[in-house]
Design a protein around this ligand. Structure first.
Ligand code: HEC
Length: 159
């Protein structure tokens, strides 16, 4: 019984990996809302990043990315999620609104050699399939290159 369960898990994860590698795409980061929160930021109209990042964003890191934030060395498998929500202003407060998109960075040094070892993807709104990135360098990494000293990551883990 136990053995069968283990074999089943190996078969399933093997399949998931093959599907992901076969398509050459970054998987939707299932469950990222349960990952450790790195920091948040509100980008208002008029900010350099307002198009397309105006809104409230929260950053989340998986275990490998958390190790990267702490050590400065980003292990393969590290994933960071940029979760961007609209805001509604009223009553001297900013409330979270609908999700605009999520941005994803995934560390795989051997694969993403043109973009500093990071793969980039975006998913529109709440969709897990509507992808936004067709040019990792032009749409994403070009701007992140400025952060070479910190492994192309802008944010820092706050206390
Ligand atoms: C014009 C510059 C710029 C572009 C283009 C850009 N980013 Fe970023 N990105 C930033 C900045 C600045 C931060 C830090 C935000 C913060 O500190 O909260 C950031 C943070 C991130 C993070 C969290 C890790 C980190 O570096 O702090 C992810 C994930 C991310 N961006 C993904 C993307 C994706 C995917 C794209 C392409 C669709 C993209 N970014 C395009 C400037 C950019």
């Amino acid at each position: 019984m136990k053995l069968r369960a283990i074999v089943g898990v190996i078969a399933i994860s093997g399949f998931a990996f093959a599907a992901q590698a076969g398509e050459g795409k970054i998987a939707y980061p299932e469950g990222y809302r349960d990952w450790p929160h790195v920091k948040s930021m509100v980008i208002l109209e008029g900010h350099d990043l307002a198009d397309p990042f105006q809104g409230i964003h929260h950053l989340y890191a998986n275990e490998a990315a958390l190790a990267g934030y702490r050590s400065g060395n980003w292990p393969d498998g590290a994933v960071i999620v940029f979760d961007l929500l609209k805001y509604a202003e009223g009553g001297h407060a900013l409330q979270e609104g609908d999700r605009k998109l999520i941005g994803v960075m995934r560390r795989e040094t051997a694969r993403y050699t043109d973009t500093g070892g990071w793969g980039y993807e975006g998913f529109a709104g709440d969709s897990k399939t509507k992808r936004l990135v067709s040019d990792m360098m032009g749409q994403c990494h070009g701007c992140h290159t400025g952060q070479e000293k910190t492994g192309f990551v802008f944010s820092k883990l706050r206390k």
